[in-house]
Design a protein around this ligand. Structure first.
Ligand SMILES: *Cc1c(COP(=O)(O)O)cnc(C)c1O
Length: 452
């Protein structure tokens, strides 16, 4: 009998988050204040984040225990299944063993609820009345809307205008959970008005929407706090339940991955899977090939510049040391909306810089081609974001086919694609365009990066 589904007993679910900070090969350069360019202190962040999350952001502790109330909510869908993709292996004709962690089973359909629940919990503890955020493709806005409804906190989501118009069901999903959804840029904020003056016909961007959501929190006098769905240390921290569970599940069938793969927007789902395995490589010298996969249209780690840059277009956020395409970068309208961000998490950037992990980029047609093979073998329709990871899995599995090696590959299925059928429709109709970024964009990024 083949064990397709490798389930973890709910009593063995990890009750801590793993903090990679003390295990990093080098310390990450500290975030800098956008005005003074000096390191930011907790007080600078207190206007927009609750103290508990600021403490997690800078914590040196190796683990942080997960409060019981969060564990109770996690148990609604966790532990998530680890699946051995026998049918996918067969379709590829590969001797490689392929495993995937299925984060698409959460109520929001992606890994993002892991951090949304934690963030709203700590906000509720500190009496936050309302939360503001941005969303591109809609997955993060959906996750935060669900978490806010669970804790009875109000939620305002600035949704990138093009998605607001193209994805009406994503919008109604958030509204169903009780969130207020505003197309960005909007005239409800000073930054939004300024973007509209400069670019009256803009379809919006994540960088603009972040500026609006941060402004609302900063000007609320403490009643509204801001929430980010990726990039920051505390977000990556919350996602480590994925990798900790996967490690136990792999162990239970006597396996350990040679290759670990995840798609990268801000880096949180890949970090969530990969970081709990990272000390085995950093401290114990184990050979693991960590591959973060991004779109060729938004090639942050493969072609970006390693430097301090803003997280948003309006230049309100602290400067983070990262790989960046420049905070004014407007990615082409590819379907993997969750991967259209100009920067990447600082911790992940440093691990790539130091050679502990590596990055790959793919155009969207080869990504969807891999999704088709996966879907027809495994039955699950992946989010286009997750499809980037699958493309890389296919390539590694085909390399094994050539060499006859039977490597063990683990990847993260970060979400399902049920709200992305327009993308599949475009692919099936031969309408998807592949973009390769012009070098002039990188030169423009060089110019826009602040001098520190
Ligand atoms: C948001 C999202 C991503 C990209 O964000 P990361 O922080 O890099 O994980 C990837 N996959 C899905 C399904 C998403 O919703």
């Amino acid at each position: 009998m083949k064990d397709y589904n490798i389930l973890l007993d709910v009593r063995r679910m990890p009750d801590v988050w793993y903090n990679i900070t003390p295990d990093m090969p080098k310390p990450v350069d500290p975030p800098l204040h956008p005005g003074t360019k000096q390191p930011v202190g907790p007080a600078d962040l207190a206007a927009i984040f609750p103290m508990a999350l600021i403490e997690q952001e800078v914590s040196q502790k190796p683990t942080i225990s997960i409060p019981g109330e969060i564990m109770d909510i996690y148990r609604l869908w966790r532990p998530t299944p680890l699946r051995r993709a026998y049918r996918f292996e067969k379709a590829l004709g590969t001797p490689a063993k392929i495993f995937y962690k299925n984060e698409s089973v959460s109520p929001s359909g992606s890994h993002k609820l892991n951090t949304a629940v934690a963030q709203v919990y700590y906000n509720k503890q500190e009496k936050t009345k309302e939360m503001s955020t941005e969303t591109g493709a809609g997955q993060w806005g959906t996750a935060l809307s669900i978490a806010c409804s669970m804790f009875d906190v109000k939620c305002t989501v600035y949704m990138v205008r093009v998605s607001y118009e193209q994805k009406p069901y994503r919008r109604s999903l958030m509204q169903t959970y009780g969130a207020k959804v505003i197309p960005s840029p909007s005239n409800t904020t000073e930054s939004g008005k300024s973007f509209l003056r400069q670019h009256p016909d803009t379809s919006g961007s994540l960088g603009m929407a972040i500026s609006e959501a941060v402004e609302v929190a900063a000007k609320s006098g403490g009643t509204t706090k801001y929430s980010l769905g990726s990039v920051l240390n505390h977000v990556l921290l919350h996602q480590t339940v994925i990798g900790q569970e996967a490690k136990l599940q792999m162990e239970s069938v006597g396996e350990y991955p040679d290759i670990i793969i995840g798609c990268c927007g801000g880096g949180s789902n890949f970090a969530g899977l990969a970081f709990p395995f990272a000390p085995d490589k950093i401290k114990r010298g184990k050979k693991i090939d960590f591959i973060g996969v991004e779109p060729s249209a938004c090639p942050t780690m493969t072609r970006g510049i390693f430097a301090y840059d803003f997280g948003d277009t309006g230049e309100f956020t602290p400067l983070l040391k990262q790989y960046t395409l420049g905070h004014n970068f407007m990615p082409p309208g590819i379907h993997a909306g969750g991967l259209r961000y100009h920067g990447i998490a600082a911790q992940l950037a440093l691990l790539v810089k130091e050679g502990v992990m590596r990055a790959m980029a793919y155009p969207q047609n080869p990504v969807f081609e891999a999704c088709m093979t996966f879907t027809r073998a495994e039955g699950i329709i992946p989010a286009p974001e997750s499809g980037h990871a699958i493309r890389s899995v296919v390539d590694e599995a085909l390399k094994c086919k050539e060499s006859g090696e039977s490597k063990t590959i683990l990847f993260n299925l970060s979400g399902h694609g049920h709200f992305d059928m327009l993308a599949y429709d475009d692919y099936l109709g031969g309408k998807l365009q592949d973009y390769d970024l012009d070098q002039s964009v990188i030169e423009e990024a060089e110019r826009s990066i602040p001098k520190v």
